[in-house]
Design a binder for this molecule. Structure first.
Ligand code: LCS
Length: 394
């Protein structure tokens, strides 16, 4: 029994924390400190030289943050992890660590708006170019990989179009060419999908979302092999400095404990709302990986435990119809972000993906009538009734 590995639902609560090392405190203590005192000048010298283990300064490491990082590494089946002050701090630390001027990044056909903005910035200022790829077949991928492709960057499900990428297929092609694959796993959380088990190399989370689960923290996580994580830690994390605060790490440890329970409820609520929206006469199209008619349904079955807690749908009419619909909602809040207890709705074309130029946005599949619903933990009947009354008024 002792050497049997506990299950995911147990690891989210216990992994990497030993109360006996912390005065028996049931909950991991919050080390709310910027720095750590040395017993002597010589000890300080040894710590800076890496000749003695121990904390130095919270930008370089903090015990509360370390518990979170170890736990996230275990949940994502990676060797090590790093926590950041936002999802974007995590995305930028990884991309800057893995590329140099003259390199190329191959990216899924659709990413979060600010990731798109970062790719543009890297191209304009540092000559790191990028292309978007459907990544639907081996051939598409092989044709778009260039001699200078330094990494492949994937969101799956893609925000907000809910298209999927076959992680195993991409990892197989990338491995043959020695190119690392980075996956933004924000929409799934480690409960629904573990890209490292599909052969991918680095996993990123906007921990602001399901990892936190309570809408009160902005944070990011990177999980990967020990060598890569050490490299990011010593370079873009230490010197650019987008580290998480100990209190936010503490809140994430608290939120994580209920991740599987919350995700089950998010997913269940979403299946009921999908059935309602799918047959609604005012819905033009619906995008949900749990839809058996979704073009990537087979990929969902292969790599995701459940289809997740997000649905995108377009409304018949115009941008103004979509906005009028949003304005009629009462329980459902108009807000960006996702993965919270509260059900949230947003209009990607004018909100999360407003920075993407019109033409590029349409190529990603985002039109003016598309809405993204992040299904919360409320009674699904109440969410449905709110949607129903808003549809009745447009
Ligand atoms: N990756 C994905 C897939 C995201 O959806 C977001 C934020 C980020 C990275 C960045 O994370 P942050 O820095 O905000 O922690 N997505 C948002 C969204 O869809 N609505 O508001 C923020």
């Amino acid at each position: 029994m002792k050497d049997k590995k506990p299950r995911f639902e147990t690891e989210v609560i216990h992994f990497g924390y030993h109360a006996e090392n912390h005065q028996g405190s049931l909950v991991p203590p919050l080390y709310q400190t910027s720095t750590f005192t040395f017993e002597s000048a010589e000890q300080g010298e040894r710590r800076f030289a890496g000749k003695e283990e121990g904390y130095i300064y919270s930008r370089l490491g903090n015990p509360t943050v370390k518990i979170l990082e170890d736990r996230m590494a275990a949940l994502e089946k990676g060797e090590a992890a790093l926590a950041f002050s936002s999802g974007m701090a995590a995305v930028s630390a990884v991309l800057i660590a893995l590329t140099k001027s003259g390199d190329h990044i191959l990216c899924s056909q659709g990413v979060y708006g600010c990731t798109f903005g970062l790719l543009e910035l890297l191209q304009e200022k540092y000559h790191i170019e990028h292309d978007f790829s459907l990544m639907d077949t081996r051939e598409t991928l092989e044709n778009q990989i260039k001699p200078n492709t330094a990494c492949i960057y994937i969101e799956t499900p893609i925000n907000p179009t809910m298209k999927l990428v076959d992680l195993q297929m991409v990892a197989d092609v990338a491995k043959e060419k020695g190119i690392p694959v980075i996956v933004d796993n924000t929409f799934c959380s480690p409960y629904l999908q573990n890209p490292i088990t599909n052969g991918c190399d680095i996993v990123i989370h906007s921990a602001t979302k399901y990892i936190c689960g309570h809408g009160d923290v902005i944070a990011g996580i990177v999980v990967g092999g020990r060598e890569t994580i050490n490299q990011i830690s010593r370079t873009t994390q230490k010197d650019i400095g987008g580290i998480i605060s100990p209190f936010d790490a503490w809140l994430l440890l608290r939120g994580l404990k209920s991740l599987p329970v919350r995700m089950d409820r998010h997913c269940e609520n979403t299946t009921f709302l999908f059935d309602f929206l799918k047959q609604h006469p005012k819905v033009e199209a619906i995008y949900y990986p749990g839809d058996s008619e979704h073009p990537d349904y087979a990929i969902m079955k292969k790599q995701m435990k459940k289809p997740g807690g997000l649905i995108s749908f377009s409304i018949k009419g115009t941008k103004e119809t979509a906005q009028r619909f949003m304005n009629q909602l009462n329980l459902i809040k108009i807000a960006v972000s996702l993965g919270d207890a509260e059900t949230l709705i947003q209009h990607p074309a004018t909100m999360t993906h407003a920075v993407v130029p019109d033409e590029e946005r349409l190529k990603m599949g985002i039109n003016q009538t598309l809405l993204r619903l992040s299904v919360g933990l409320e009674a699904w009947e109440d969410i449905k009734e709110d949607l129903e009354q808003a549809f009745d008024k447009i």
